[in-house]
Write a protein that binds this ligand. Structure first.
Ligand code: COA
Length: 553
């Protein structure tokens, strides 16, 4: 076990938990946290702390941490901001390993100095801080609900790290409604110490967590996060919702958590390179998380669509292109596979169109045929409500066949129609079968599953470090720094690209129009002409870029 893993374990599986600021007053956060820990089933090593003493929910209340017998690995701090420092001094007196500082009123409101003060004290006393400004931590491994959110958290195998408290608390309720079980839920808040990377590093190895979902507004330690993401996504899917995509959204993130959202395109590209599965919305992320942990992994890229409706088949084919799902083109093989079940006017061109008259038994035969064909790696089964579509019987078949498919290859369903069909969706979903009311939702999940498959099956081609001339790159950067610049000139950027082994177009620096013409002729038309000046960074905005020059006129 690595260092971070073994130390983080105490956060998720503490031997004792104290609540500093435990209150007798229902409605106060200091009451709710104790109640949640008790109701959550953590056990009896719960220590409410309040100078008033007495008893709370059947537990003795301690005046000081030093009076507690036995180890206390986690302390939840729920005293006002001006008392948080004192609470940490209490933690130090008892060798507490993690302080979950729920208290608000620090850097998020400009009180940076006090946040730094508690962070420094904690560092000096080997206490890791979660927060401040968080709603707490849930861990199914120890049935610990040290939050002031809902008390009935459904346990399972999805771990959630959230930078937004309100989204996190609401997700506890939402995941329950969606039938998603949680292995962990951590609110990171102002991240004065522990951040998403520390947590991800632990969750990557934690067996209970099969999928990690992160809600991010901004990232502090980008380079470390990239490293940890790359390692984690080879083991388990990491779904990320990153807000602040638009300039207005980025402004909102800055005032919400003080985060710098950064250029979204940059985040998006880095996330893709790290194997992150980025969701557009919370609902999309939850749809993926619900089924990713339990779905069969495809063994290859070829997917087959089975449908009774040409239209939804076409829509699904569109969606497959959008979400990177490859459709099998082995026409002869598909024809042979489905010839017994398809009417003469059907189509085996993938989508396999069983046509509107398809009975549940036709579906059954088609699903069995696809299951037994080794050239088919995954199946998307679509059902439109028609005169011969018996939703109840379809549901039975889907359930039966899903059980057979699960150990072999992925199968997903999308059903579209009226009340009976909606009932089938609810019923199948409740049984953990990936079924969706819309083909785009279904295919987006299948796309996520394929990204997970690709992350795990291909060792990402890392550039060989030896091929990169690090000294040349450092020299170019040092030159810009010496010049007092925070950007590279075009010539320096080209040097960096060359040193990194990235091919770039041929270029010359001309100091006069005549020289420019001579160079253009040497390179060969068409050419691009750009201004080089340390005073002009945004060349296009300044009219300093001319594209597609085919001659000197
Ligand atoms: N040790 C132990 N208990 C202490 C204490 C200390 N050093 N100092 C005070 N207390 C007790 C208080 O006496 C009180 O207990 P009581 O009800 O028996 O009197 C209890 O701790 C809480 O203190 P109180 O002053 O009543 O604070 P509060 O409950 O009104 O608010 C917070 C405390 C932390 C909840 C509040 O300051 C806060 O930050 N709220 C926002 C939390 C939030 O939203 N976080 C982000 C979520 S995403």
């Amino acid at each position: 076990m690595k260092g971070n893993e073994s130390s983080m374990k105490y956060l998720f599986e503490p031997r004792g938990v104290a609540v500093i600021g435990a209150s007798q007053t229902p409605g106060k956060i200091g009451y709710k946290v104790v109640e949640n820990i008790v109701v959550g089933g953590f056990g009896d090593k719960i220590y409410p702390i309040n100078p008033r003493g007495g008893e709370l929910l059947g537990l003795p209340v301690y005046g000081r941490m030093a009076d507690i017998d036995g180890p206390v690995d986690v302390a939840v701090v729920v005293v006002p901001a001006d008392r948080a420092y004192g609470a940490l001094e209490e933690c130090a007196s008892k060798d507490v390993k993690f302080a979950i500082v729920i208290t608000s009123g620090f850097s998020e409101v400009g009180n940076v100095a006090e946040e730094r003060r508690i962070a420094r004290f904690a560092r000096e006393h080997d206490i890791r801080i979660i927060g401040p400004n968080v709603f707490g931590v849930y861990s199914s491994a120890s049935s610990l609900n040290a939050t002031f959110g809902p008390s009935d958290i459904r346990s399972g195998n999805v771990a959630i790290i959230t930078q937004s408290g309100a989204i996190g608390i609401a997700m506890i309720g939402k995941t329950k409604v969606e039938g998603i079980g949680l292995s962990a839920m951590i609110s990171v808040g102002n991240k004065c110490d522990v951040d998403e990377t520390d947590l991800l590093e632990y969750l990557a190895f934690q067996d209970d967590s099969k999928v990690v979902l992160m809600y991010l507004e901004g990232v502090k330690s980008g380079e470390r996060l990239v490293e940890v993401l790359k390692k984690t996504t080879r083991k388990k899917p990491v779904v990320v919702i990153k807000s602040g995509r638009s300039s207005r959204g980025a402004q909102a993130a800055a005032s919400h958590t003080g985060s710098l959202a950064g250029e979204d395109k940059v985040f998006d590209d880095i996330a893709r390179q790290c194997g992150v599965i980025r969701a557009e919305s919370i609902q999309e992320a939850l749809n993926w998380c619900k089924f990713l942990s339990d779905a069969a992994m495809p063994r290859g890229e070829d997917c087959v669509i089975i449908t009774n409706g040409g239209g939804i088949g076409v829509l699904t084919a569109d969606a497959c292109e959008k979400y990177g799902v490859n459709l099998s083109d082995e026409i002869a093989d598909l024809k042979k596979t489905f010839e017994d079940v398809m009417p003469s006017f059907g189509s085996a061109k993938n989508p396999i169109d069983l046509t509107g008259g398809a009975s549940p038994e036709d579906y059954d035969k088609a699903l069995v045929a696809a299951l037994h064909n080794d050239n088919i790696d995954s199946v998307a089964c679509l059902g439109c409500q028609t005169g011969s579509f018996d939703a109840e019987r379809f549901t039975q078949i889907a359930e039966e066949r899903y059980a057979q498919y699960r150990p072999v290859k992925p199968i997903v369903f999308s059903l579209f129609g009226g009340e009976e069909v909606e009932r089938s969706i609810v019923e199948l979903k409740a049984k953990g079968i990936p079924v969706f009311p819309d083909v785009y939702e279904m295919t987006s999940f299948l796309g996520a599953l394929y990204r997970d498959y690709r992350n795990k099956s291909s060792v990402q081609a890392e550039p060989a470090k030896a091929d990169i001339d690090v000294a040349a790159i450092s020299a170019a950067i040092a030159c810009a720094r010496a010049d007092g610049r925070h950007f590279l000139l075009a010539r320096e950027a080209q040097e960096v690209m060359r040193a990194a082994g990235i091919p770039i177009p041929m270029s010359r620096i001309a100091h006069s129009p005549d020289e420019a013409v001579r160079f253009a002729e040497e390179i060969g038309y068409p050419v691009v002409m750009k201004v080089i000046s340390k005073d002009i960074i945004h060349k296009s905005d300044a009219g300093g870029v001319a594209l597609d020059l085919v001659n000197t006129k």
